[in-house]
Design a protein around this ligand. Structure first.
Ligand code: NAD
Ligand code: TDX
Length: 338
């Protein structure tokens, strides 16, 4: 039985990982989370207190992080500011949490010789041309576009440097877009589902031709635990499914599954610097650690996610209006080219 420190464990991806660890191992978990707007205590409230403890605090607080790391066998680092649109409005918190937070975690891992897994994104590699068949691999150069992806790339480089120069036992995963229950309503899929549930029209940026690769959050948690248990120190693993779709096609599927006409949406102003396409070559993770996604039917995953948002309005409802008000300020201008 091990004791894990999970930073950002009250957010979308981190809380799913905590749940997965409690369901599939005998480990104990301490969650360190600042409980920003993107998180909620509710996501952890039904977990057994003797196996899951929440410490409310900031990952940049070195004294706190050191005191927690002193007591654990491994750290899994999810804590981040995670939304591209917010990073374009106000980059400061992204630099603070994503770069200084990762530095703080690395220094604690170095001080105590603690195993670390760092959770990152495919966005560090920039984007790929639309219509190309190329994919990101572990060797792809970093070429981030937004303050969010720039700070995640900075964090990944710190992990590589601490690994090589100080010999800390660290792995990194870079995942494609993740979806599923408990995702904040600011993100693409939950925003569109909850707009429809509220009787509002979904909003697509620009022409909707941008391509994302989609992974169910349960499969991401299985990948992270696999890498934590069997990954090689110093290595990076890309996590993906091959499930690539244009945004407009994802939106039309959601509209169809929710019994709405497939053209019942608004085109709004495009995101500045909007990445065209992400695509992952996950063959290293598949062949060396035998990970495979179980939710490979994307439409079935969307259907169950829609059902989850339909049943859990008390979870997402209170924050929805503020998110839409903030989007409204940007989107009131007409879509580019219209
Ligand atoms: P999220 O915004 O839902 O959750 C982030 C969590 O971190 C929240 O609980 C928040 O309170 C916490 N946090 C933020 N700042 C903190 C601070 N200073 N100190 C302590 N806690 C803090 O984000 P998410 O989608 O769950 O993403 C989690 C991780 O996964 C991030 O590192 C992100 O880069 C990575 N990732 C996400 C996706 C995706 O599609 N969602 C894809 C690839 C990688
Ligand atoms: O209302 C919208 N309309 C729209 O067309 C929103 C919110 C988004 N979009 C587009 C922008 C993107 O092309 O949908 C796509 C997905 O947008 P997001 O959900 O904001 O995700 P993305 O920018 O691709 O980044 C996500 O995947 C990588 C996560 O938010 C990151 O945390 C992760 O690292």
């Amino acid at each position: 039985m091990k004791h894990l420190l999970v930073t950002g464990g009250a957010g979308f991806v981190g809380s799913n990982f905590v749940r997965h660890v409690l369901e599939t191992t005998f480990h104990r978990v301490t969650v360190l989370d600042k409980l920003t707007y993107a998180s909620s205590r509710l996501v952890l409230s039904d977990l057994p207190p003797e196996r899951c403890r929440l410490v409310v605090g900031d990952v940049t607080d070195a004294e706190l992080v050191h005191s927690l790391v002193a007591d654990v066998d491994a750290i899994v680092h999810f804590a981040a500011e995670s939304h591209n649109d917010n990073s374009l409005r106000e980059p400061g918190p992204f630099v603070q949490t994503n770069i200084l937070g990762t530095y703080t975690v690395l220094e604690a891992a170095r001080a105590y010789g603690t195993r670390l897994h760092h959770v990152s994104t495919d966005e560090v590699f920039g984007d790929l041309p639309l219509g190309s068949r190329t994919r990101f691999s572990e060797q792809s150069p970093f070429n981030p576009s937004s303050p969010y992806s720039g700070t995640k790339a900075g964090a990944d480089l710190l992990v590589r440097a601490w690994s090589r120069s100080f010999g800390i036992r660290a792995t990194t995963s870079n995942s494609c877009n993740i979806y599923g229950p408990f995702q904040h309503v600011e993100k693409f899929i939950p925003r569109q589902i909850t707009n429809i549930l509220r009787g509002a029209r979904p909003k697509i940026y620009g022409d909707g031709r941008n391509v994302r690769e989609w992974l169910h959050v349960d499969d991401h948690s299985r990948a992270v635990l696999t890498i934590l248990e069997r990954g090689r120190s110093g290595e990076t693993y890309l996590v993906g499914t091959g499930n690539e779709h244009e945004n407009i096609s994802v939106l039309r599927t959601i509209l169809r599954l929710m019994n709405r006409p497939e053209d019942d949406f608004d085109r709004v102003r495009d995101r500045p610097g909007h990445d065209a396409r992400y695509a992952i070559d996950a063959s290293k993770l598949r062949s060396t650690l035998q990970w495979t996604p179980r939710h490979d039917d994307f439409e079935a995953g969307l259907r169950s996610t829609i059902e989850w948002y339909r049943r859990n309005e008390p979870w997402w409802g209170p924050g929805k209006s503020a998110v839409e008000a903030a989007y409204g300020e940007r989107e009131d201008a007409p879509a580019d080219g219209s």
